[in-house]
Design a protein around this ligand. Structure first.
Ligand SMILES: [Zn+2]
Ligand SMILES: [Zn+2]
Length: 137
């Protein structure tokens, strides 16, 4: 399986400088590195749909991480060995359900799976426009 990558720079997400983060306005995900470069005067304009997400003076690191994608990255990571190594206190509890109302979400095809559960593509209906997100179930 290919690890998910940033649609802007086409590089695989990671847990350091290319953490996948979600634009609050439209729900699209880009890597932290790109988001930092796209941030102008406290706002980020999404290159996919031109929606502008305001981040103010806070850093892009305050944007919500896309844990579903991050989990996919971890599960498809280059390190082939020692998959059950980390006993670090359980699964991530952050998921898209924190900011997406379930009734606004239309689940789509399954795009990945791991020991954390299932990741699905979903359509988020936000103020009449739909955008694609990944959801951890
Ligand atoms: Zn990027
Ligand atoms: Zn967008």
């Amino acid at each position: 399986m290919n690890a998910p990558s940033c649609p802007r720079c086409h590089r695989t997400y990671d847990e350091q400088n290319r953490t996948p983060r979600i634009l609050p306005k439209c729900g699209h995900t880009f890597c932290q590195d790109c988001l930092q470069k796209m941030k102008i005067y406290g706002a980020i304009q999404c290159p996919t749909d031109n929606e502008t997400s305001k981040v103010g003076s806070s850093s892009v690191t305050s944007l919500v991480k896309n844990m579903a994608l991050l989990d996919l990255v971890k599960n498809s990571g280059p390190s082939g060995s020692g998959s059950s190594g980390s006993g670090g206190g359980g699964a991530h509890l952050v998921s898209l359900s924190l900011w997406v109302l379930p009734e606004k979400l239309e689940l789509g095809r399954k795009i990945g799976e791991g020991n954390f559960g299932e990741v699905r593509e979903a359509m988020l209906d936000d103020a009449g426009h739909k955008c694609k997100v990944a959801v951890k179930l």
